[in-house]
Design a binder for this molecule. Structure first.
Ligand SMILES: [Mn+2]
Length: 422
């Protein structure tokens, strides 16, 4: 489905008056605080978030899946959906492929189509948490950490193939998340599993092209319920340090035990030059994969305070990693994109000198005032203005509904297509 620019323009002109009034108000307020509005708008516009190829269909749980209809049935249709999202939000100019779910039949055709849509290929993801049809060795008891070298070699080969395919698409990083671990005490020797994983990662690391990075993603439990090999940021950092400068630690917001101080983890990784980037989502209990900002927007804001402080020359990778059980996936992604940019914009409002002053004079009251003043500022007019300047929609959800996009996709693709993913 192609969205005509004139439709977006006409939608924008309907709401432009009210938008300009709100923008004038915040512009005035920020001006009084000496904040450069244009600088902030520029940073918001440049803040682009990657959409993973597996987030465009209905997600499921182990109890079931409720397909929404019109899901993209192949990579071309996935690119179309991201192109559509980018057109109305101006906020997502890249795709992250999960392999082997989304192997392009023709890489140059896929690249050409992506370029036409203004999309590039971000990090590629390997998958050794499932067995594929016809696979020689099973990953039931692990992949890179497996006790049997034949299984490890098969998993290493898969990762190397993913890198080769990614390189042909001009991607420049591989993200490795391992389900490896144990479900029962005594099942696995912790040190042995870690050592084998490191040795396997070393084999993969050796094959990285010069400009490539390796992102290591940790997770404390699930699908293994007693232990995982790369369970926390400490283990992830240990591996990254042992592997070398191309290995970095990726933080997925849902991959922490309850009440973890994720913003402090972020600060530590930035301090060590080892932060790879983020997988954004939100959660109430564990790895719920809910819409970003739907449960804990203040935590997201606190994380962005650390990110903005360290952002300087870093080119971190930003991606949404969520699942959409009850919402239209495209609407859910629009809401996530909005929440991420919202937290980013609020963090940009922090007066760093004032905050350092409060920290150095041990004044927690003033420090809290500074943080909450930024958090309570309604920055939505700034996000709308950034979209308007990118020829995107002032209100993307309204445009999505006005154009009846989901029903049009159902008409085009039918009700039975199921997008690859979990
Ligand atoms: Mn993730």
């Amino acid at each position: 489905m192609i969205i005509d620019q004139t439709i977006i323009d006409s939608h924008n002109s309907d709401s432009e008056k009210s938008h300009q009034d709100q923008l004038a108000y915040i512009s005035d307020e920020l001006g009084k605080k000496g904040i450069d509005l244009e600088g902030i708008l520029d940073q918001i516009s440049k803040f682009q978030i990657t959409i993973p190829s597996w987030a465009l269909g209905s997600g499921g749980t182990r109890f079931g899946k409720f397909p929404i209809g019109g899901e993209p049935g192949n990579l071309n249709e996935k690119l179309d959906d991201i192109g559509l999202l980018h057109k109305i939000t101006g906020a997502c100019d890249s795709i992250s492929l999960h392999l082997p779910w989304d192997i392009p039949e023709d890489t140059s055709a896929a690249k050409e189509k992506a370029t036409e849509l203004g999309i590039s290929f971000d990090s590629v993801n390997s998958n050794t948490f499932q067995d594929k049809d016809g696979q020689e060795h099973s990953y039931k008891f692990g992949s890179l950490s497996h006790t049997d070298s034949k299984v490890r070699d098969q998993a290493i080969r898969h990762n190397v193939e993913v890198i080769e395919l990614g390189a042909s698409l001009d991607a420049d990083a591989i993200t490795i998340w391992l389900a490896d671990g144990s479900t029962f005490p005594g099942q696995q020797n912790f040190a042995g599993a870690f050592e084998r994983t490191l040795k396997s990662l070393e084999q993969i690391y050796k094959t990285l092209p010069d400009n490539w990075k390796m992102f290591l993603e940790h997770k404390p439990f699930e699908p293994n319920f007693y232990s995982t090999v790369v369970n926390d940021w400490g283990s992830s950092l240990l591996l990254a340090n042992k592997l070398g400068e191309k290995a970095l630690c990726l933080v997925d917001l849902g991959h922490h035990l309850p009440n973890m101080n994720i913003e402090q983890v972020v600060s530590r990784l930035i301090m060590e030059g080892k932060l790879a980037g983020f997988h954004f989502n939100d959660s109430k209990y564990a790895d719920d994969d809910l819409t970003v900002g739907s449960i804990k927007p203040y935590q997201l804001f606190l994380i962005f305070i650390e990110l903005v402080e360290g952002i300087k020359d870093n080119s971190w990778s930003w991606m949404i990693d969520a699942s959409h059980n009850v919402k239209d996936p495209l609407e859910d992604l629009i809401q996530s994109l909005e929440a991420i940019r919202n937290a980013f914009a609020q963090a940009l409002l922090i007066d760093r000198n004032k905050l350092s002053g409060a920290q150095n004079s041990n004044d927690p009251v003033v420090a809290q005032e500074i943080l909450q003043d930024a958090f309570k500022t309604d920055v939505r007019p700034l996000l709308r203005e950034a979209r308007l300047r990118s020829n995107a929609a002032i209100d993307p959800i309204a445009v999505y509904r006005e154009l009846d996009i989901r029903n049009n996709l159902v008409k085009e693709r039918g009700t039975q297509t199921i997008a690859t993913g979990l």
